[in-house]
Design a protein around this ligand. Structure first.
Ligand code: ADP
Length: 502
């Protein structure tokens, strides 16, 4: 075998063994080679096709394009490639990538065309699926009412939806695929957009761990409240791919909330006036000022009085809650001694506690320094705790009230929060009552929340007392906490720091 024959034989084996379909034609486009991979792709045996024109492998609409390719390759020596369609067995269309180049003889003269064909239908199907998913995600992003922006881990803005453009009047094309600083610079130049928006973006953009949220107002022709939320985004494999920022227009919600609070406050005021008059006249009759009151009538009037008192108490609680919600509680501070405050509350509750034959023990440290507080509010908080201790404890049980000065954070009773201020006065109310189940404990201090035990035993209450107590204590930079065991008892604590007069 001479060298040429040897080379031709190696080339032949290479072509036959190639994974891609390889076809060669002469200058007229007649097929003269059709390898095994081509047989697989087209589903025809080589002898069936050898000698046929290449256009037999191409669907009619593509034939003129193919004829042009063949001419450019064989006559002008060009090499062409691209995605196209070919005809498989039984006329089946196969998506393929075809590369067509001139085939030259030993003298370098073009003798025909060499075609590589790769089946790309699987790739196209996958591409289609991916594209559909992308379209769907994009459609969701574009349709949502929230403004959404995604910043990748390299701090580049990679996506911003239509609402983002609408909320902030920032053109998307100017910020997408740009560092986040391009966006923050644009925000800074806009007087209607708050600095807070820049701070939110710059503070959290590089943070791969924390979620955060809040709200802020934006100007423009009409003031709007935006609630925002941001969290890191992770890929399947757990790598951080960036951060999502979501903004929701809560203007209407806030307005409705404000109107609701105002309405409740108005109605409560209107209810309180006639109730106070009912209570006053009931007392008037009970005192005998309207004539003698016999036993049965007195009994009924006592019930009217108790229930009217309860209603007034409830309305006062609701008014407190609405004031707290609206941030309208102004503290009227003065220097007060906690022992005197405790004494006066105990006296006002004495009848209730005594009617249950409960024993109240006071353990007040002597010479406690005065507190700079709103006496009414702290008395209210303490009343709520003492009244709960009595209400949720059986008759004949013992209640203990303690007050002491605490100088070091570790000297507070167990369960105190870590960031508590010292020096402070700690007041405790202990009872041997029904206690609070662990699943209820985490919800205490939430408005209208009542533990299952209390509700089941039909002990009257609204679930407002603790929430109000907490708000009043918070306003004094104090803390409130508790320890409780079901069927054993509870201890509620609050601390008020000894702050200097403002
Ligand atoms: P209310 O007593 O009007 O229901 P509170 O806000 O004062 O409202 O209390 C909320 C709930 O916490 C009560 O319903 C009760 O289930 C529980 N709770 C509060 N104090 C005690 C206590 N000392 N012992 C047992 N449960 C209590």
């Amino acid at each position: 075998m001479d060298n040429d024959d040897h080379a031709a034989s190696i080339l032949g084996s290479l072509i036959e063994g190639a994974a891609d379909a390889i076809i060669t034609t002469d200058l007229d486009g007649l097929i003269n080679r059709f390898n095994a991979a081509a047989e697989m792709l087209f589903g025809c045996a080589a002898p069936e096709l050898i000698g046929q024109h290449i256009s037999a492998l191409v669907p009619p609409p593509r034939r003129s394009e193919f004829a042009l390719w063949l001419r450019l390759v064989t006559q002008e020596g060009r090499a062409l490639r691209g995605d196209t369609e070919v005809l498989g067995k039984d006329g089946q269309i196969i998506q393929t990538y075809v590369s067509m180049s001139p085939l030259k003889d030993a003298q370098g003269t073009i003798a025909g065309a060499l075609l590589f064909c790769v089946d790309i239908s699987a790739r196209l199907t996958l591409q289609n699926v991916l594209q559909k998913e992308r379209d769907l995600l994009e459609a969701i992003l574009e349709t949502t009412n929230d403004a959404i922006i995604m910043v990748n881990s390299a701090r580049w803005v990679v996506s911003a939806n239509l609402q983002f453009e609408a909320f902030f009047h920032l053109a998307r094309y100017q910020i997408i695929n740009q560092p986040v600083e391009v966006l923050t610079e644009q925000i800074k130049m806009r007087p209607d957009l708050p600095d807070e928006l820049v701070n939110i973006l710059l503070t959290f953009v590089g943070d791969a761990y924390q979620s955060a949220g809040g709200d802020f107002e934006i100007g423009g022709p009409q003031l709007r409240v935006l609630v925002w939320y941001s969290s890191p985004v992770y890929a399947h494999d757990g790598t951080n791919v960036g951060r999502l920022f979501v903004f929701r227009d809560a203007t209407r919600e806030r307005e409705v909330d404000r109107m609701k609070t105002e309405f409740v406050s108005l109605v409560s005021h209107e209810l309180r006036t006639p109730l106070t008059s009912i209570l006053g006249f009931t007392d008037f009759i009970l005192d005998g000022d309207a004539g003698p009151v016999d036993g049965q009538v007195r009994e009924y009037l006592d019930i009217v009085k108790i229930n009217t008192g309860r209603l007034i108490g409830l309305i006062n609680d609701i008014l407190d809650v609405t004031r707290i919600e609206a941030g309208r509680v102004d503290l009227k501070r003065s220097l007060c001694f906690i022992d005197e405050l405790i004494d006066s509350v105990v006296q006002s509750m004495f009848l209730v506690i005594d009617s249950r034959r409960q024993q109240l023990t006071l353990k007040i440290e002597p010479d406690l320094p005065p507190l700079w507080i709103d006496r009414e509010r702290i008395a209210q908080a303490f009343t709520n705790l003492l009244s709960n201790a009595s209400k949720y404890s059986p008759a004949d049980s013992e209640l203990i009230v303690e007050a002491r000065l605490v100088r070091e954070p570790e000297d507070f009773a167990a369960g105190a929060p870590p960031d508590i201020f010292v020096p402070a006065i700690q007041v405790a109310v202990h009872d041997r009552g029904m206690g609070i189940a662990p699943q209820d404990q985490k919800h205490l201090f939430t408005r209208f929340y009542r533990a299952e035990q209390a509700a089941r035993r039909q002990i009257a209450g609204t679930g407002l007392g603790l929430a109000i107590a907490k708000s009043f204590i918070d306003l004094h930079n104090g803390h409130i906490w508790f320890q409780s065991r079901l069927d054993y008892g509870s201890s509620f604590y609050f601390s008020i720091p000894l702050v200097e007069a403002e």
